[in-house]
Design a protein around this ligand. Structure first.
Ligand SMILES: C[S@@+](CC[C@H](N)C(=O)[O-])C[C@H]1O[C@@H](n2cnc3c(N)ncnc32)[C@H](O)[C@@H]1O
Length: 312
């Protein structure tokens, strides 16, 4: 069903301004031809605005794991644009210091959440899948069919910050032994609702468990850390790193990464030696304004962090 679900891009102009360095006094899209990366194409909201502002000699390379995103990208008829069906941890495959800016708009797109067949949402009945890339890897249902209580507990606790991780994991394994594997989203949502007796106001009891399984099955935090590390190699001095995150686990990684590389590093064993140069300069943190949040409630948890790659 083409175009049945749409994605409203979060921090659209703010992210593109930050990426292209179109804050007053600067412009990174130089005449010599710059290369920018949209590491999370989604439905191409950011990519299309970047292309509309890019000079003729510049290029935009996009990444996405999702074949539906790739199909949408195929509609862009622009020789400056290309997309790779890869995790953004492959950013490091690009040549060293070849890129003027990298944008990461993390998490999943609205079409992924809203399509019951993808299994991301407890609101719709669907297969318990949750893979961004349905061409490889195991689904949540396949993983839960063999994972042990300790492993499931750790995933729910670590990635869902769920107090009832242990009881939920035990209930999943007990159900497997008595009634067979969990195969649908609603079976999992019901099991969690039956297990977690207290309710957080305004939140479905399965929210944290679904978030945890999604993060785990897509190795989201590992991919993010790898992409951030790779960005230091591929972004050239003066170039930008722009990251939009939607929950505290992601934002903590981004914040710590920028902080760690924004300070001089001294070697304690050699007190008189010069410090190793810092690699990044933090340029700020932006949140959606009230009018964006009222237009697009999914933007309310977004935090964008911007950093500039300093000369080595
Ligand atoms: C929030 S959406 C991006 C929306 C996009 N900025 C737009 O305006 O349409 C995130 C997208 O990134 C993709 N994605 C998430 N993690 C990824 C990863 N590690 N590697 C590649 N793509 C990823 C998802 O499949 C999804 O399509």
């Amino acid at each position: 069903m083409e175009n049945a679900w749409t994605h409203t891009t979060v921090l659209l102009s703010e992210a593109v301004d930050a990426l292209l360095g179109q804050t007053p006094g600067t412009r990174l899209d130089d005449a010599a031809g710059a290369v920018f990366v949209d590491a999370t194409f989604g439905r191409g909201g950011h990519s299309r605005l970047i292309l509309s502002r890019l000079s003729p000699g510049s290029r935009l390379i996009a990444f996405d794991k999702d074949t539906d995103a790739l199909a949408e990208a195929a509609r862009i008829d622009d020789p400056r644009f290309s997309i790779r069906h890869q995790g953004f941890s492959h950013l490091g495959d690009l040549p060293e210091a070849s890129v003027a800016g990298v944008l990461l708009d993390l998490g999943i797109s609205s079409p992924q959440v809203d399509n019951p067949a993808r299994g991301f949402s407890f609101r719709f009945e669907g297969p318990l899948d949750m893979r961004m890339d349905t061409t490889r890897g195991q689904s949540v249902a396949q993983w839960l069919a063999h994972a042990g209580v300790d492993e499931i507990t750790e995933v729910i606790r670590e990635y869902g910050e769920e107090r009832f991780a242990g009881p939920i994991a035990k209930a999943i394994v007990a159900r497997r032994q008595t009634r067979g594997d969990l195969v649908t989203t609603t079976e999992l949502a019901q099991l969690v609702a039956d297990t977690v007796k207290t309710r957080e106001p305004g939140q479905n009891p399965a929210t944290r468990t679904f978030q945890a399984f999604r993060i785990y099955i897509n190795a989201e935090l590992e991919e993010l850390q790898q992409a951030l590390n790779a960005s230091l190699n591929v972004i050239k001095p003066g170039g930008r790193l722009v990251v939009i995150s939607f929950h505290s686990l992601e934002d903590r990684i981004v914040k710590q990464f920028i902080a760690e590389h924004s300070k001089d590093v001294y070697d304690r064993r050699m007190p008189l030696s010069l410090p190793k140069n810092k690699k990044l300069k933090a340029l700020g943190r932006v949140k959606p304004c009230m009018s964006e949040i009222s237009r697009n409630p999914r933007s309310r948890s977004a935090v964008m962090r911007i950093a500039e790659r300093l000369a080595a």
